[in-house]
Design a binder for this molecule. Structure first.
Ligand code: ADP
Ligand code: MG
Length: 281
């Protein structure tokens, strides 16, 4: 595929998924983790993706995050068709376009906040001096400008997640993709993190939050519900700023079995963290 094919198209939706299916083959049986999913997300939208355990949230997140390819269908990110990209091109696009935030922060234990946030920049080949400045700027943006030399064990859970958010933002991605971002936090620090997301949304960031928690989903402006690998509802709760109206109620969701996501996402993450560690060593 030529380099041109990877140039973003002006005014394209951030995400355009058309008739995507993901089929896992397990010996003789097939698991249809996603079936016929189509959705468009425009720049600046704040979207929650919800659904019970096994509904396909992680599979959709891995697809959107360019960690895994659909079996069938088209996925365009800022107009760039991803279905025919090589692994390296996928990784390039992922590094440029996607910032990941994970449930368990995925920070390095003995590394201070500034270094954590610099890592993706080193990975992208940005010189040390510039990387350091960009990292401090990103930490300031999440309210941690005075904590740049603190290690994870010297920070609260909410502050650790904010370091992870700074790390996700430092490359100036088009999309911030968060998987259960408050899942490891108590209610109060979880609210802090959600307040930060609202702020980022106000600044024009495109946010996608995958969660099984309705309270978290309620804070997004659009809620997409998955069931059995299909989109069963797609509700705009907060209309675009110029339009003011009643917010439709969220669909009722049954409780997720178990509380942790141990699916493909976790392992992909560890790979990312591993890559960063490796690159920075
Ligand atoms: P959720 O994140 O909503 O819990 P997942 O996307 O993890 O759902 O899973 C959707 C379906 O696909 C489930 O039935 C799950 O068992 C199956 N699945 C997910 N990953 C794999 C895999 N790597 N191999 C086989 N089946 C999988
Ligand atoms: Mg999951």
């Amino acid at each position: 595929m030529s380099k041109n094919a990877m140039v973003p198209v002006p005014n394209a939706p951030v995400i355009e998924i058309k008739e995507v299916a993901k089929i896992y083959k397990m010996g003789e049986t097939e698991v249809r983790a996603l079936q016929g999913v189509s959705l468009t997300i425009n720049p600046g939208e704040y979207v929650a993706i919800i659904g019970t355990s096994g509904s396909g949230k992680s599979t959709l997140m891995n697809t959107i995050g360019l960690l895994d390819k659909p079996t069938i269908g088209s996925y365009r990110i800022r107009g760039v068709e991803t279905s025919k990209l090589s692994e390296n091109q996928m990784a390039d696009l992922r590094n440029k376009e996607i910032g990941f935030v994970f449930q368990r922060f995925n920070l390095l234990a003995r590394t201070n906040a500034r270094r954590q946030v610099e890592l993706p920049l080193f990975y992208a080949g940005i010189p040390a001096g510039q990387a350091s400045k960009m990292a401090v700027d990103a930490l300031t943006r999440v309210g941690l400008g005075d904590r740049t030399h603190h290690r994870p064990d010297e920070l609260s859970g909410g502050q650790q997640q904010r370091v992870a958010i700074a790390r996700a933002l430092v490359n100036k991605p088009s999309i911030l993709l968060a998987d259960e971002p408050t899942g490891a936090l108590d209610t109060k620090t979880g609210e802090e993190v959600m307040a930060l997301f609202e702020e980022l949304h106000d600044q024009g960031m495109t946010l996608i939050v995958v969660t099984h928690d309705l309270d978290i989903a309620n804070q997004a402006h659009r809620v997409i519900t998955l069931k059995d690998g299909k989109v069963i509802s797609d509700t705009v709760r907060v209309p675009p700023k110029s339009v003011v109206g009643d917010q439709p109620p969220l669909p009722v969701l049954s409780t997720e079995n178990g509380n942790a996501d141990h699916g493909a996402t976790a392992s992909s993450l560890i790979e990312i963290a591993g890559g960063l560690i490796h690159e920075s060593a």
